[in-house]
Design a protein around this ligand. Sequence first.
Ligand code: NDP
Length: 351
Amino acid sequence: MLTLITGANGFIATHCIATLLRAGHSIRGTVRSAEKATATLSALNAAGVPHLETSLDLVVVPDPTDLAQFLPAAAGCDAILHLASAFTYDAEPGQFEERLLRPAIQGTRVACEAAKQCGSVKKLVIMSSFAAVYDAALGLQPGKVYTEEDWSPLGYAEGRDTDNVAVAYRASKVLAERTAWTYIKENDVDFQLVTLCPGMVFGKMIHPISSLKYLNASNGIVWEVAKGGNEIPPTKAPVWVDVQDLAETCLRALTVDLPSHQRFLVTEGPYDTQEIADVVREDIPAASKRVAVGSPGARIRDMHYSCDSGKVKRMLGLRFRDLRESIVPLVEQLYAMEEGERKDGLSAAVL
Ligand code: NDP
């Protein structure tokens, strides 16, 4: 089975590549430059991912929102796993349309169009987000249980005109996902659509990352706690899933026979920053010296909404690992990166 993975150099995408290659699949991955292709290959190699030479082909698609550039990459593929989208809070008001909304929406439309035009594509799996599900404006909503039936009400103008980048990101995800569902309603397609809506994704990284400065947004939440300080930062989006479990979810979404198009909520459960602090202080000696103590054992889960991920577990036969298993290896990796950067800084100062 040949799968096209868009945004192949990203945090989640590289885990999807590793999982699919281990399962014996062939992959074509899109990246936006030749440098990113080289860096991705070398990062996957360093992570011990098998079959890179025989089963992974990285192709440069400078603008994956351009159908003419995307189509040749999709040609002959059995499936598309679409991940490329800007998950960043590094954009200013006035830039949201260009930096977040347009790439997400247009990128999804092009993935749908390419899947239709190719003919060979039987599954299109799109990485949406819990951001496309919940209504942040309603606050914490204790007792509310989100399911696949829920949709964020954010519209285009709200995403474009807000002065809050998190609102713009959430709008980009819901509008992109709606684009896909509208596309299959309005077009006669031969492929099945699966959208995945994960909470915050944590876990050890195998993608190319040259410095902690470039940490992806979700692992940045863990780092904000683990790097230490006088206080534990507030919890922003309190549901999560591990990156390897999400990659396994992608593999099953691509391969399991499903009765129809599907939308899946993908979360292990709630987390909060106090829990991150507790776990890393318990398991990592270096963390116990620098991470704020806060109120050990205190949890905010009864104070906010929760999610029901029963559907994805049932239909795709999954179980998800717990927070400790996910973030301890990540924080060990982050401390090692920090130490490497400190040593590099020292040797640069000596030179
Ligand atoms: P990364 O930032 O690690 O990867 C993002 C990928 O998208 C990169 O390949 C990047 O390419 C590409 N990309 C960024 N901006 C654009 C653009 N304007 N046009 C085309 N491609 C672009 O993010 P993640 O791995 O965390 O996220 C992958 C997907 O999962 C995204 O769709 C994200 O919204 C979704 N998601 C992530 C969650 C998380 O917690 N991490 C939670 C829920 C959903 P380049 O390096 O060239 O910029």
